[in-house]
Design a protein around this ligand. Structure first.
Ligand code: MSP
Length: 498
């Protein structure tokens, strides 16, 4: 089976921050997990380089939009690498391959009769590259997201007949209840559709920076259609001489709630208009908040991922984001919160557990996992976990799946305390029991670490190597007999000085 997962493509109008890294890490966890399940995975991320959000910043800085893209696109690419994203391609909307395919698809939508020329007037936010309705405005005429004052704009341009897709969209949502999750976001999108859809601009007459409209090269394609199409165009040129569309489309999209309408409403309608299947599913996550506000460039309250990674490591960052904030909801993050979880959960609960098990097998059994049967009270608690976690991750429930895995970590700690292997080791009559206890602990650690691998690829790889686990595929408790050699390991999550 194939699995295609995407992140939003990020605007190149500033330095990437932790909010961007968050979506990328989420998609990466899913990509890695699916690879562990033997799926044929394609994972895409990249940058959105056209439109007002980029042009305006370029003007402000006195550079060209292309220069801005060339400055920031590599920063986003580096960020992906730093957070250990295993993306198969990095798309830039300035790629020739992308621009050519955008024109082809937009032409198809035009040929299919879904485009006309018209006039539009409304409140326009250049940061969102979107018109706002009267009811959306806050504090007079300000953008609800960026809080900047908006001006009324009138445009002569090409329109996409979104209004004619109301019924097809309602049908799509009815036929596929999990098309948009969580359910609250699905309801939001559906309410938007049901209130009646207006046609939307397909082009911008006043802007030069973008993909030219193929039948009217004085105008450029509206940045949102240009950007959304990246999910399809990339498959056409990511691999030289190969078209991956058949193999991977449709996609599972990961995005935050700020761009729900574009993905859940405009995008499937536009694809239908082009005669392309709608996406498979999308998961809409919330915002990482700092001191109560969305972390964003315009608000200036950003956490620099470089600093966080330098201090805690990329794995700890990946873990923290999905442990602290329930994926799908908004949630506060803070350096103090980081430190607390790092210390209590990564260093103590998991890191110490691993080191304890390694050293007990080393000390009491000369570094070889005993070939024994696990005690039923431990085995029973692992029952079903390798099925429940994948099921949750099928729906991108990253926090719930992690909670399920962490239950196993805690169970192993509790089992150490219950069985007290150090006491058993003192009594030769308990040798057989000690074999069973140590086998259970090593086996539990192996299964749990394989499940954690998608979340924390680097540290789990080190541990899996130390416990003699060659592969990364998920594994059932008890499926390995013991007998493997175990090496010692420096602490996985060393204590950090404040
Ligand atoms: N370029 C458009 C997206 C086009 S996709 C076809 C865009 N870019 S953006 O740079 O503004 O990125 C928005 C996305 O970045 C959000 O949807 C989310 O995935 C991520 N995030 C940015 N800040 C975030 C937080 N503070 N918290 C969580 N996610 C955040 O919109």
């Amino acid at each position: 089976m194939s699995y295609y997962v995407t992140t939003p493509i990020y605007y190149v109008n500033g330095e990437p921050h932790l909010g961007h890294a968050y979506s990328t890490i989420a998609a990466d966890i899913l990509a890695r997990h699916m690879r562990q399940r033997g799926e044929d995975v394609f994972f895409l991320t990249g940058t959105d380089e056209h439109g007002e959000p980029v042009t305006q910043e370029a003007e402000r800085e006195g550079v060209t939009p292309r220069e801005l893209g060339d400055r920031y696109a590599p920063r986003f690419r580096q960020l992906a690498a730093k957070v250990e994203a295993s993306n198969d391609f990095f798309i830039r909307t300035t790629d020739d391959g992308h621009m050519k395919r955008v024109q082809e698809i937009v032409q198809r939508v035009y040929d299919n009769g879904h485009v006309y020329e018209g006039v539009y007037e409304g409140w326009y936010c250049p940061r969102c590259a979107d018109f706002k309705t009267e009811s959306e405005l806050v504090d007079g005429n300000r953008c609800p997201i960026h809080k900047i004052e908006l001006t009324r704009e009138k445009q002569d341009n090409w329109f996409f007949r979104l209004s004619t897709f109301q019924q097809p969209l309602e049908r799509l949502f009815a036929e596929r209840p999990d098309f948009v999750t969580p359910e609250s976001r699905r309801n939001e999108a559906l309410a938007f559709i049901r209130q009646g859809l207006q046609d939307v601009s397909l082009s911008r007459p006043t802007l030069k920076w973008g993909v030219p409209v193929p039948w009217d090269t004085e105008q450029v394609i509206y940045v949102w259609f240009d950007a959304l199409l990246n999910y399809v165009t990339a498959l056409g040129y990511a691999r030289d001489g190969e078209d991956l569309t058949e193999r991977y489309w449709p996609a599972f999209h990961i995005l935050a709630k700020d761009i729900l309408k574009f993905h859940a409403v405009y995008w499937p309608a536009f694809l239908m208009a082009a005669g392309i299947d709608p996406p498979k599913r999308m998961f809409i996550h919330g915002y990482l908040l700092m001191e109560g506000h969305k972390m964003s460039k315009s608000l200036g309250n950003v956490l620099d991922p470089d600093e966080v990674i330098a201090k805690y490591g990329a794995d700890a960052l990946r873990y923290y984001c999905f442990r602290e904030v329930s994926f799908g909801q908004d949630g506060q993050i803070s350096p103090a919160g980081f430190e607390a979880r790092y210390e209590a959960e990564l260093a103590n609960e998991y890191g110490n557990l691993a080191n304890r098990i390694l050293s007990m097998v080393g000390r009491y059994r000369d570094g070889t996992v005993p070939e024994a049967e696990a005690e039923i009270e431990l085995a029973a608690d692992f029952e079903g976990a390798p099925e429940r976690v994948p099921q949750l991750l099928d729906g991108a429930e990253l926090t719930q799946a992690l909670e399920e895995i962490w239950r196993l970590v805690r169970r192993l700690n509790q089992y150490v305390e219950e069985t007290r292997p150090w006491d058993l080791a003192k009594d030769p009559a308990e040798a057989e029991r000690l074999d069973r206890v140590l086998y259970g602990l090593a086996e539990g650690l192996r299964v749990t670490t394989l499940l954690l691998h998608a979340y924390m690829p680097e540290s789990t790889s080190r541990l899996l190597e130390a416990i003699g686990e060659p592969g990364r595929e998920l594994s059932r408790f008890g499926s390995r007999d013991g007998g493997q050699r175990i090496e010692s390991l420096p602490p996985l999550f060393p204590k950090i000085d404040a």
